[in-house]
Ligand binder design. Structure first.
Ligand SMILES: O=c1ccn([C@@H]2O[C@H](COP(=O)(O)O)[C@@H](O)[C@H]2O)c(=O)[nH]1
Length: 238
């Protein structure tokens, strides 16, 4: 997981994914399959990507009662992804249930997928959180609280913005993953993201992995764009 650049494959169907991947000429990538793609293509898209040697973050952000999440995770474990996730707002009991499901569904002799919790979405601002979720503490406090719950539940890390990664590491240790979307180059469109950061900022903050979607997938030359991103991400790691 550490130091990965994860490409968010936010496409409508497998055909679009194939078109995107074709110019990479078989290069093995770390890709994220989210709701848009999974709800259309189902488990078959995971089999296809795994069959081509890609590592997979299955970003379905489970959030339901513990029993339902446990059963769903048991099924998802059979897809043998590298990383899956839940919403920390579902609570500690739900997160523990997610791990139980993963443990039960993981075949003997295989590693269970890592499981992380979404803290506050990177599209949420502090003002929105205060007014819409009626959480009246600073956003960083809420993120740290959710991260602590996730760690207590036994999860492997969290999804957060790069802005919260350093305090999370300081509080919960370096081995607790911080996977950060909302990463943008200076010249990129922000889109719907609120808590954005550059790859340089993310690296300085010590994030485990960055997630990059539209900046690469909507680029006119995705391979070149990916290389540019990798360079920026790697350069700052030296
Ligand atoms: O808090 C979160 C959790 C997940 N995401 C996902 O990451 C990518 C980001 O895509 P961009 O195009 O680079 O904005 C997307 O798939 C989200 O569903 C997130 O952005 N924030």
């Amino acid at each position: 997981m550490d130091n990965s650049l994860i490409i968010a494959l936010d496409f409508a169907n497998r055909n679009e994914v194939e078109q995107f991947l074709q110019p990479f000429n078989g290069k093995q990538l770390f890709v994220k399959v989210g709701m848009e793609l999974f709800y259309q293509e189902g488990p078959e898209i995971v089999h296809y990507l795994k069959g081509n040697g890609h590592r997979i973050f299955l970003d379905l952000k489970l959030h339901d009662i513990p029993n339902t999440v446990k059963s769903a995770m048991k099924g998802l474990a059979r897809l043998e992804c590298d990383l899956v996730n839940v919403h920390a707002a579902g609570g500690k009991e739900m997160m523990r249930a997610a791990l139980e499901g993963l443990d039960e569904g993981t075949a003997a002799g295989r590693m269970r997928p890592s499981c992380i919790a979404v803290t506050q979405l990177t599209s949420t601002s502090e003002d929105q959180m205060n007014k819409e979720q009626l959480i009246s503490v600073p956003l960083e406090t809420s993120v740290l609280h959710y991260a602590s719950l996730a760690k207590e539940a036994g999860l492997d890390g969290v999804v957060c913005s790069a802005w919260e990664a350093k305090p999370i590491r300081e509080k919960l240790g370096d081995s607790f993953y911080t996977v950060t979307p909302g990463i943008r180059m200076e010249e990129d469109n922000t889109g719907d993201q609120k808590r954005i950061a550059t790859p340089e900022f993310a690296r300085d903050a010590g994030v485990s992995s960055i997630v990059v979607g539209r900046s690469i997938t909507r680029s006119t030359d995705p391979v070149n764009s990916y290389e540019k991103w990798l360079d920026a991400w790697r350069r700052v790691q030296l």
